[in-house]
Design a protein around this ligand. Structure first.
Ligand code: SAH
Ligand code: SF4
Ligand code: F3S
Length: 475
């Protein structure tokens, strides 16, 4: 039997998808319906994209999507572990599903993603959460069908976590959350080891996908109706290192922008330490590339940036922003900031506020420093008092919000292209969409416009979003 199973990927997974498909199909005939699944995603865009791949495999083997995790036949938690104590929330939800499993004994519960790359979490599940059936990490999400097959055959808890990624498995199915936009991985992992961050430990060393795999995937997506693509990597700027081809991120960006039918191109995340002038030039010269850069600052103090191992200074960051704004005057800048890193003084914090005021971000994700065990920063002395952090966090948030409100106000009355994404959940008859700078606009319209790019007049700025109306032919 074993000898019939292919050893090469993706053939091996195609074999298991077909095997599980048979089991599911036979079961569906007995039960009179196909089983349902729910993938619950925590964390960043990488995880969101991984969840689309997991959903693709599940759909491919015969599962249909459930409305909620309680009534799904298979629930998969795709976890994030960037902050300490993220596990409390997860285990609360996993614990609750025990009741659902008592009602539906065939229910399958899986946990995967970044948290499962931590040995102590896996041990905890093995010991205390016996009702969890599948456990796997970030490096082998492509193996879902094989892991599920092993469980269906043995009815045992299957734990399959790889310590590092030995290869990139291409050409497996995926099921997109949105018909008209998609993330596309260009690199996996991270080599930067910022001292507060767990990502390099749970996502492994950086690997770039081959350029033709990326462009082929995007061409396929476009043929399938995708208008907007976001290139994904923990540091997209280091794309190309280690590949046989001589290619860097600027060249890839230029190549992707040439793809016919693709209307909008974004990327996340460019590390400020190596965003090249070449990339700025490509952005400037390509209409399809959104004039938006998410440029994580983390701190405005050169001393703290050094302790964070970010490899840039307050001055070099501001200089980079100056060069970007000179080349692309209407660029929208957004950022991530951490408050309360070990040893952060009031002066350091004032440097952060100063950068925020000079750069004038359109929006910013502000985080309270989390003492993430397993990272070098967790062992640093001078961890900051939570009351002081709270005070700084509030001041930062106020500054960020005031500036964002002033920025959005400036665009009031302008007409801009909007990619229509959803029905507005709160306003009957309204739609929501995204501007090129990723800010949200709400406006009246019918749902047939979802997935289209329409011109919207921004009537009223509301801080981080707008109320608008679709431009009429008379305007
Ligand atoms: N690769 C991206 C960030 C990925 S993690 C980059 O380099 O910018 C997303 C964000 O989580 C980070 O930008 C950082 O602001 C935040 N973050 C990571 N570790 C953190 C920690 N220990 N405490 C608080 N915020 C953290
Ligand atoms: Fe974490 Fe730094 Fe890598 Fe971003 S670049 S994922 S913050 S280590
Ligand atoms: Fe992303 Fe969280 Fe993992 S931020 S890479 S899902 S630890």
């Amino acid at each position: 039997m074993e000898s019939l199973i292919p050893t090469d990927e993706p053939l091996r997974q195609e074999y298991f998808m077909s095997e599980v498909n048979d089991i599911i199909h036979t079961g569906a005939i007995d039960r009179g319906k196909y089983p349902t699944y729910k993938v619950v995603t925590f964390g960043c865009q990488m995880n969101a994209r991984d969840s689309e791949k997991l959903s693709g495999i599940l759909s491919g083997i015969g599962y249909t999507e459930a409305k909620s995790e309680e009534d799904a036949d298979l629930v998969l938690f795709n976890t994030c572990t960037v902050r300490e104590n993220a596990n409390d929330r997860l285990y609360g939800r996993v614990g609750q599903l025990k009741k659902s499993k008592e009602k539906n004994p065939d229910m399958i519960i899986g946990i995967c993603g970044c948290m499962m790359q931590e040995a102590e979490e896996v041990e905890k599940i093995k010991k205390s959460y016996r009702h969890v059936d599948l456990v796997f990490g970030t490096h082998n999400i492509y193996k879902l069908a094989e892991i599920l097959f092993d469980h269906l055959k043995t009815k045992k808890q299957i734990v399959d976590v790889m310590e590092s990624a030995d290869m990139i498995v291409e050409k497996l199915p995926n099921k997109r959350q949105y018909a008209f936009k998609s993330g596309v991985n260009i690199t996996f992992g991270c080599n930067n080891f910022c001292s507060y961050c767990i990502v390099p430990y749970v996502r492994g060393k950086e690997r770039s996908r081959k350029p033709e795999e990326i462009t082929d995937e995007i061409k396929g997506l476009v043929a399938d109706g995708v208008k907007e693509v976001m290139l994904l990597g923990q540091n997209v700027n280091s794309y190309g290192k280690g590949l046989d081809e001589k290619i860097n991120f600027a060249m890839l960006l230029d190549e992707v922008a040439k793809i016919d039918g693709l209307e909008r191109l974004r990327f996340m995340t460019p590390h400020p330490k190596d965003l090249s002038d070449e990339v700025i030039e490509v952005m400037k010269n390509n209409k399809k590339i959104c004039k938006h850069l998410h440029l994580p600052l983390q701190s405005g103090s050169s001393a703290i940036l050094k302790k964070m191992n970010r490899v840039y200074t307050k001055e070099s960051y501001l200089d980079l922003v100056k060069r970007i704004k000179a080349a692309i005057p209407d660029i929208s800048l957004t950022t991530d900031i951490i408050v309360g890193f070990p040893g952060e003084t009031e002066e350091d914090f004032l440097d952060t506020l100063d950068v925020v005021k000079q750069v004038r971000y359109d929006s910013a994700f502000t985080f309270i420093y989390s003492k993430r065990s397993g990272t070098p920063a967790a062992k640093m002395e001078d961890q900051i008092d939570p009351d002081i952090i709270k005070d700084r966090f509030d001041r930062l948030l106020k500054t960020v919000q005031d500036i964002a409100a002033e920025n959005t106000k400036k665009n009031e009355g302008k007409c801009m292209p909007v990619l229509v994404e959803n029905n507005d959940e709160h306003l009957e008859g309204y739609l929501t969409g995204k501007l090129e700078n990723n800010l949200t606009v709400h406006f009246k319209g019918g749902k047939r416009l979802i997935g289209e790019i329409v011109d919207v007049v921004l009537d009223e700025a509301k801080g981080f979003y707008y109320m608008g109306h679709i431009q009429t032919s008379e305007e």
